[in-house]
Design a protein around this ligand. Structure first.
Ligand code: GLV
Length: 307
């Protein structure tokens, strides 16, 4: 069976599986010439630009196992009869850690002090703090849970929001998305972790932002499409909100985009999950999914398809 894998490390973890023949394709070179024979494709972190064109050249494809949690790039193009599985869990640690780092960086003015360090300037001043604040997590799934665990030592209140309200086994409450208008004014930090779907496109619009507290921080570790960039830019330019973004619309953000230079913003280039922790977890998932696929056991994390 021909399998495309995103790295030599992925080929190595599958090396002992019988009948599995891996070709490394990391998306930065033209596709290998055996596309028409590939049955399983494990694409690299950054999706190909022309996925529809790629799929059209893969008639034997049966399974796409992403190494991303979000599958918004794949879903619209996935061919009939092909199963799509995501990497739920793989990026929980990396992304949750990025969100903590990003909110701390903005609240403690680290970009300001880093700029002053470059000028060798001892620029003493007081900063904001995370302690005693309220963090609202919008899109409370496995990454949200990992974030809440990491926030446990920071003396904050956490409010959880998911598509529909539920109670966690220990009694903690997850609010439904429809409660956001009442919850937003309570938060000092709003962390976006929702998947990009038609439902969440533009969720963070001018009205959403207007309900956030003066000085509150928007942290986006979801997708750029969830936020109305112009509306956010207006709030940042007015100095009313602050933001930390790992994802933007457009992405990559062009060099001349005004968001780069907006006041109170920290931008990282979609790197929350690009760490050795995620790589280690991705390799584990790849191996366990391939073992399941080969033995006919049900796959984990099936998003669409019936394998
Ligand atoms: C990264 O953006 C992911 O979806 O895992």
């Amino acid at each position: 069976m021909k399998v495309w894998v995103p790295s030599q490390a992925a080929a190595d973890v599958l090396a002992d599986l019988p009948d599995v023949e891996c070709t490394v394709f990391d998306g930065t070179t033209p596709p290998p010439d055996n596309a028409d024979e590939v049955e399983v494709w494990i694409p690299a972190l950054v999706p190909l630009r022309d996925l529809a064109g790629m799929f059209a050249r893969m008639p034997k494809l049966r399974l796409v196992q992403t190494v991303t949690a979000g599958v918004d790039a794949y879903l619209p193009h996935i061919p009939e009869g092909v199963t799509l599985c995501n990497a739920r869990g793989v990026h929980d640690a990396g992304t949750a850690e990025w969100a903590v780092a990003a909110m701390l960086a903005v609240l403690r003015d680290l970009p300001y002090f880093a700029a002053k360090q470059r000028e060798c300037e001892w620029a003493y001043r007081h900063t904001d703090v995370l302690a005693d604040s309220t963090v609202l997590i919008v899109g409370y799934g496995s990454i949200g849970e990992a974030l809440e665990r990491r926030l446990a030592g920071f003396e904050v209140d956490v409010i959880r929001v998911a598509r529909s309200a539920r109670q966690l086994p220990d009694g903690r409450k997850v609010h439904g998305q429809e409660e956001l208008p009442q919850l937003l004014p309570l938060a000092d930090v709003v962390v976006l972790l929702v998947p990009a779907t038609p439902d969440t496109a533009g969720l963070v619009d001018a009205g959403f932002l207007a309900r956030m507290r003066d000085g509150a921080v928007l942290v986006n570790a979801a997708r750029g499409s969830v936020v109305d960039t112009d509306a956010l830019l207006a709030e940042l330019t007015a100095g009313r909100l602050r933001a930390a973004l790992d994802v933007t619309a457009p992405e990559p953000l062009p060099p001349d985009h005004p968001l780069w230079r907006a006041p109170g913003i920290l931008i990282t280039p979609h790197v929350a999950g690009s760490t050795p922790a995620s790589q280690r977890r991705a390799l584990k998932l790849i191996r366990s999914q391939m073992l399941r696929y080969l033995s006919g056991e049900p796959l984990r994390n099936v998003i669409t398809g019936s394998y």
